[in-house]
Design a protein around this ligand. Structure first.
Ligand SMILES: [Zn+2]
Length: 924
């Protein structure tokens, strides 16, 4: 053996050897005879790190934590599978790309368009993925890379769509208007768990809506009070009893309000005046109260946190409105008290935007809705029994089907479920799984998972100089595209590139023709021309500017154009409609681009939307903008067949919530009759197509306690509802890694540590030990580089011990280690092994690691080796052989036990002693 342990070289070589052996894959372990086919399975799914992330100490800890039990169970002979994967982390990834885009190109996502923006996000995610998976390998994680998954790949997309459909059919997913957390900065809904709360000091105002109103109320947000529809008091509050049930018309800062006095148990009598102004549209609690008391909802703030109330406040930012309102109240002498108060401000964790609760039409998972369980589950819920998702989530834990460790988290889990509201699963961002809903363009009816047969894309021509100059441009002129117009057409073509366009049908007018030609070139489609797609005939005003038309006719809005020798809207509508219906029939099932003109295409769009021309303004279609129409089965409600896909995407936790089973082949290889499985997985059989039968529910899950609600709870919800199973038997929640002083690692503190740099210096083994030893499950880790150094020394110690043993290898006969003289040490070691095994089984990894450390250093090296030295030097050959046999046995057994904790150095030494044998699959 080398006198020096070359960490860097060894760790790289060993991981490669493990991967090459294929033994991370349990199927290979069975094929090669290391694991029995009928062995008990042990499965873990890696909590997927964000695809764009880089490995930090938190990951390093989490990976080590899981790798310990995975390696342990694999050595114990179980069919052990650990599935890797990455998370697309929708909002986080999109925000990263948007930030970069703004910085380097001064553009936002809308400037790029959905297609192009997504192309860039996907490219960025793909590139980043390589980094994080390489880094996970560096820590020694024994993951089966042949089963690697991604939360946004095709298989996971099928899982998401299938789940949505099943839950929709069960009545557990609905579209509704509820008050949600709206992030005005990110322009999207976010979940309760993505909101952080900051305490800020604010002014609390106590006031009356108007002088004669009998009750004063208090608030820190006077601007929302223009949306009040009730005042709530406690039912037993003697002061207000006589008003309950009465209704008042008041004028508050110039805004007329209709206020009903209601009694509600939730009002705190002793807080403020004991009366509460109820704002159903801008507070979740108030919204819930409004539902109970059937109060109307008045929205007064929009998505940009601006006031939408008629009058002087209209369009004002909320903070500005607050000041104006307070000033008015003061002027009118309506303020009774003004005091400093702490206000709990909700902030988006991701963007830092202040959350504005708003009523929005969104998709929700109903957690309190009663449905019939499809399965008999959790020792108590029978098939067909009426349950709610909340009950299901509770029962999974109270029945003991899922064990949450440390046990103290069980209580917080159950408490959280009590307070759980319906889960809003739609997001207004582009990167993510699209909500699989298509709305009938004619009647608006939603259809889930519509079978789209083909698509039509309406594209108005690119810009011409006449567009720019604002000249009437109808059927009589042949203006060409200008430079901008050509660029626009090219971008439209690029966006359509992946749509498998069969045909471009164009108006023969030059500007449409040029646009069609550019799109055809980009997409490789053929072009045909149709005379009936030409623009409306404007008669005499063709080519004239707005000023010229106004001068001549007194207005530029002269309709009908028929008077000027042109066409009527009805005439254009008729020809366009007829032409398009004919093409629909002729090119059934084909993807078609129609290039044409603003008015003619708008009339067609109106027709698809079920709105014949009635004189009202037409939808505006911008130059070279693509309008997508999807053609599917006839609408169940009205028979039309053109649809618009829901533009929203899923909350990223919807796909992560299915992670334990979407990675194991659901629904493609689902059990028995869920959906239409192409294969029924068989327990005991090899291959990923049988994973659902072999490995679900998984055995163990090791996430951080901070995602107990965000993720763990939702996994229990989804697999309970869809599979009638728990996602895992045991979930062991680990703590956060902090610095030596107990502070969180953060950029602003400058206390960041890169585990990869440390790995190069001290070895992954040393980092693993430093993270594990000293911290009980569920507690936060205090990380200290000194500790890593210490365990690097331990690696060196093990190396030196092994080297000493190796140098004393006798030339001749080997002896069995178990002689009477050796008996004592071997029994001691067996006791130690028993203890270590028990610790690991109880997820007390820190105790197991400490025990081993002390044994190897202070018993084996310091005492036993020291005691044998004399004999090894001066003993008889027999004595030497006996001593050596003891030391070799103790060494190899110690290496085995240390392997889950320090896989690299142990594997390297073991193979020196037993060439051709791999420690990772040796019997424990
Ligand atoms: Zn319809």
């Amino acid at each position: 053996m080398d006198p020096r342990y070359n960490i860097k070289e060894v760790e790289a070589r060993i991981y490669e050897a493990w991967e090459k052996s294929g033994l991370f894959n349990p199927d290979v372990c069975v094929e090669k005879g290391f694991t029995r086919k009928d062995a008990e399975p042990f499965s873990v799914v890696l909590p997927p790190p964000n695809v764009t992330g880089t490995l930090h100490l938190g990951h390093a800890y989490e990976d080590t934590f899981q790798d310990i039990i995975v390696r342990f169970e694999r050595m114990r002979g179980k069919r052990t599978l650990w599935v890797p994967g990455t998370d697309h982390a929708a909002i986080a990834t999109q925000a990263k790309v948007e930030k970069e885009l703004l910085k380097t190109e001064k553009k936002n996502r809308h400037d790029l368009g959905r297609e192009e923006f997504l192309r860039r996000v996907n490219a960025f995610a793909k590139e980043s993925r390589d980094t994080i998976v390489r880094q996970i390998r560096r820590m020694g994680a024994s993951l089966d890379w042949s089963r690697e998954a991604y939360t946004l790949d095709d298989e996971r997309n099928l899982a998401v769509r299938t789940a949505f459909k099943e839950m929709y059919d069960l009545g557990l997913i609905y579209r509704g208007s509820r008050v949600v957390n709206w992030d005005p900065k990110g322009q999207t809904v976010i979940s309760d768990d993505e909101v952080t709360h900051e305490e800020r000091t604010a002014k609390m105002y106590t006031f009356r809506y108007e002088k004669d109103f009998p009750i004063a109320i208090s608030t820190t947000r006077p601007e929302t009070k223009v949306g009040d529809t009730a005042v709530a008091v406690h039912p037993s509050d003697e002061r207000y009893k006589k008003f309950v049930g009465r209704e008042f018309d008041v004028t508050f800062v110039g805004v007329p309000l209709h206020i009903k006095i209601i009694a509600d148990e939730s009002v705190e009598k002793d807080f403020g005046t004991g009366a509460l102004g109820v704002t159903p549209a801008h507070s979740m609690a108030d919204w819930e109260m409004a539902q109970k008391h059937k109060l109307p909802l008045v929205q007064v703030i929009d998505e940009y946190a601006r006031m939408t109330i008629e009058g002087t406040l209209n369009g004002k930012k909320t903070l500005e409105a607050r000041e104006l309102i307070v000033a008015q109240l003061k002027e009118q002498g309506l303020i009774e008290k003004e005091e400093e108060a702490t206000q709990n401000v909700s902030v988006s964790e991701r963007t830092g935007g202040v959350i504005e609760p708003l009523p929005k039409l969104q998709w929700f998972v109903a957690v309190d809705k009663i449905f019939k369980s499809q399965f008999s589950i959790f020792n108590g819920i029978k098939k067909g029994q009426a349950v709610t998702l909340k009950e299901l989530m509770k029962k999974a834990v109270t029945s003991g089907s899922v064990k949450i460790l440390p046990e103290r988290f069980e209580k917080s889990y159950l408490r959280w479920i009590e307070n759980l509201r319906d889960w809003c699963i739609s997001r207004q961002i582009w990167f993510g799984h699209r909500i699989p809903v298509w709305y009938c363009m004619s009647c608006g009816e939603p259809h889930v998972d519509m079978n789209i047969k083909s698509k039509w894309f309406l594209v108005r021509h690119g810009e011409t100089d006449w567009n720019k100059e604002g000249r009437a441009q109808g059927s009589r002129s042949d203006t060409p595209l200008n430079d901008t117009g050509r660029t626009q057409a090219k971008e439209a073509g690029k966006a359509l590139k992946n749509e498998k366009i069969d045909l471009v049908i164009s108006s023969p007018q030059l500007r449409a023709k040029e646009t069609a030609e550019i799109i055809a070139r980009e997409t490789g489609a053929e072009i045909m021309f149709d005379e009936t797609l030409r623009e409306m005939d404007y008669g005499d005003i063709e080519g004239k500017s707005i000023e010229e038309i106004t001068k001549e006719h007194g207005t530029f809005l002269i309709r009908p154009y028929k008077k000027l020798g042109g066409e009527s809207f009805e005439e254009v509508e008729k020809r366009v409609k007829t032409a398009l219906h004919a093409h629909r029939k002729a090119y059934e099932g084909k993807n078609v681009v129609i290039t044409g003109h603003g008015v003619a295409l708008a009339l067609f769009l109106n027709h698809v939307n079920g709105k014949p021309f009635d004189g009202s303004p037409l939808p505006r279609i911008d130059n070279a903008k693509v309008v997508t129409l999807e053609i599917g089965n006839p609408c169940a409600k009205c028979g039309a067949d053109m649809y618009e896909e829901d533009p929203d995407t899923f909350d990223t936790w919807f796909s992560s919530a299915m992670w334990t089973f979407s990675t194991l082949g659901w629904p493609s290889f689902a059990k028995a009759s869920e959906g239409k499985p192409s294969h029924t997985p068989k327990k005991g059989e090899l291959g990923p197509e049988n994973d659902m039968a072999n490995y679900h529910p998984t055995s163990f899950m090791g996430p951080g306690y901070e995602i107990l609600y965000l993720w763990v709870a939702r996994m229990i919800l989804m697999s309970g509802c869809l599979l009638g199973e728990t996602p895992f038997h045991t979930v062991a929640l680990h703590g956060i890694v902090r610095d030596a002083k107990g502070q969180k690692f953060s950029k602003s503190l400058g206390n960041g540590v890169d585990p990869l740099v440390l790995a190069e210096q001290y070895g992954a083994d040393a980092i693993r030990m430093a993270l594990i030893v000293g911290t009980a499950l569920g507690n936060d880790v205090k990380f200290d580089e000194q500790k890593v150094k210490g365990y690097r020394n331990f690696s060196t110690k093990i190396w030196n011990v092994a080297r000493f043993v190796e140098m004393n290898k006798p030339a001749g006969d080997r002896r069995p280690p178990k002689t009477d003289r050796n008996h004592h040490h071997i029994t001691k070691l067996e006791t130690l092994k028993h203890e270590v095994t028990t610790y690991i089984e109880h997820i007390e990894f820190h105790l197991a690691a400490e025990k081993l450390y002390h044994y190897v250093w202070h018993t084996f090296a310091d005492k036993i080796i020291e005691a044998e030295k004399e004999r090894l030097k001066n003993g008889t050959d027999d004595e030497k052989a006996e001593s050596y046999a003891l030391l070799e046995h103790l060494l190899l057994e110690s290496l085995k036990m240390l392997h889950p904790f320090m896989p690299f150095v142990t594997e390297e030494i073991y193979q020196i002693f037993k060439p051709g044998v791999m420690l990772m699959v040796e019997k424990w």
